[in-house]
Design a protein around this ligand. Sequence first.
Ligand code: FAD
Length: 343
Amino acid sequence: MKIAIAGAGVAGSYLGFMLQKEGHDVTIFESSKEESHWAVCAWGGSRNILEKFSKNVGLNFNEYIFHVGKKLRMDLPNNKEEYLELIGLVTYNKQKWEHDLLKDLRVKYNFKCSNSFSFMDYDYVLDCTGLHRSLLPKSTTDFIIPAYEYLIENPDIPSNNEFYVIGYKGARGYFWYFPIDKGRAFVGAGDIDRKYYGIKEFFHNNPSAKIIKKIGRPIRLAPPKRMEPFFNKNVIGVGESIGCVFPLLGEGIIPSLLCCEIFLNVLDKSENFDFKLYRNLVLKKFNYYDDVYKIVRLKMEGKLSTIKHFPLMMKMYSSMKKDEKRFGFEINLDKMNRLVNAL
Ligand SMILES: Cc1cc2nc3c(=O)[nH]c(=O)nc-3n(C[C@H](O)[C@H](O)[C@H](O)COP(=O)(O)OP(=O)(O)OC[C@H]3O[C@@H](n4cnc5c(N)ncnc54)[C@H](O)[C@@H]3O)c2cc1C
């Protein structure tokens, strides 16, 4: 089949590789120039899952790992700290991972897909443009929060160099410090109120930290249930473009890859892509993300009641507990309750 992919991010590069491997005629269209194409992200994810997806495309994930986390420290608004045991959370060279997949693919850089794209030249056009969702109609229930981050180099790496997060009151955002390699780290924040608490403080406490890159891009929190339609004529959305992000954190690498897996399975099943089956499987897979999203929004609006919404919170806990390996950090009921109460 002749397939066009808009966007060479995690979903676009993975799908491009897999589809070409299966014998399809694939062209990727990427809006950035080749020399400036950057994998916008903090490059954090669970090795338990990323190992599997890397294996599918013939990559050894160990070669991409930068930092293996042991504990994540979270500062809470009540001046308390919480520590999460990490069971697979790593940072990895996402930039190289994607670019290694793109190496033998036909990629047209500096090509911004829009509604004037030559859709009819292809059997299917995949919207893998992430946050932009450039080829699908806008969703009326989308929800994004402003965010930016710095790639920094710090010669005075703190001795406790580890994943570090500050949760904001009302779950209105968070600050992150994700260590990568050789004193480099991502320091950033997503914040509905655009105050980005933690960033200024970080540079004040780490005066020798040098900024290598500033990256600005909002984070989508709306899950698939809020991001319909998933397709329009021969355009099919895969990845963050259809809300494959975990709403508590805006974490989207693994959800996007899981969405790619669903897409490939549906495509394999019959000659004509079964749009309805794809929609149902995506909604089923990410069903509990909507519970998480509801909790986040209730918290943001100051309406979350630990009594009234107890069943919803327990549903979120049990779904996340089942998926613990995929998150790469412990899912602990006491800690989760303390966290929800403190935020
Ligand atoms: C600051 C920040 C930090 C993050 N940190 C993490 C993290 O640590 N872990 C995690 O799991 N998730 C993180 N995320 C989310 C994660 O990066 C995304 O959810 C994930 O990359 C989505 O994959 P995707 O392939 O769907 O889209 P993307 O990876 O965003 O790729 C989309 C691609 O499409 C291109 N594009 C856009 N518009 C067009 C167009 N019109 N035509 C052609 N090309 C186009 C873009 O240039 C880009 O290359 C972070 C997001 C942000 C903003």
